[in-house]
Design a protein around this ligand. Sequence first.
Ligand code: ATP
Length: 306
Amino acid sequence: LIQLYMPLNFMGMVYRQIKQAVIDIDDMFAILARNPEIRDAPDARPLVIDQAAVAFEDVHFAYRADRPILRGISFSVPAGKTVALVGPSGAGKSTISRLLFRFYEPQSGRIRIDGQDIAQTQQKSLRSAIGMVPQDTVLFNDTIGYNIRYGRWDATEAEIREAARLAQIDSFIESLPEGYDTQVGERGLKLSGGEKQRVAIARTILKSPPILILDEATSALDSFTEKEIQDALDRVSRDRTTLVIAHRLSTVVGADEIIVLDKGEIVERGTHMDLLESGGVYAAMWNRQREIDEATRTLLRAQEEE
Ligand code: ATP
């Protein structure tokens, strides 16, 4: 029997390794697809995280030379603080997060983490320091436990459960007949946008990166039905250097600084109260958002009554 078992066990190991490699390749393609030109400089050093303070210094960027997207962006996210980027669609918010990940490089200006220019650091070390909770999380065709473990391969079962609890997805998982072994993705159980995002949050909690980018969901309806997500996001960003790409405003109220972008420039900055008092672009956006929220609530109530 042992003669049969050994090769099977070996094959299992090979299978797991191949599967791991496939995922790494997926990751790699995702990165390469964005920009194959970004390479480590021959003398690039690993990023050394001390406090995890982020600074953009007069950053100019264009995807195509004839169309500037960011025009001289300077701001910093002090260690452990939260800065929110708001502004109309196309203002350049997500572009800022792509530059921080170094999917692209600025044409001029610098991005520093703890004083180190990220253009001079090794990409692998940079990306392992940054956690991203995207708007749309892609799940692997595997178990839900595996999808959480993706945040850190050596995590124990207990750590996975704790991450799921903090991300407020534990009771959902435990209600499934196969629990953490439930197959998800295209060939398994389909999760809602909010459930997928909570899996991404659990993953990020396991990864425990010093710097976090939260790309908030766009849909107003989502954020009404998924208040748990906001609580989970608040929890994961506490005491971590966090950049929030806010497509809605209700979630930025507590940010240490709100940066209002328009056409690639910072047009206002301050706390929520500062910006409301100054009665500018942000205050106008806030009032408009309240009208939209009110209309959404009315719609939801009408649907409930039907
Ligand atoms: P939204 O709130 O709609 O997500 P945003 O503020 O995040 O918008 P970005 O995604 O940063 O905006 O896009 C800024 C501008 O850059 C947009 O005009 C967009 O069309 C353009 N853009 C984004 N990605 C690319 C790309 N890969 N190639 C060329 N142009 C791009």
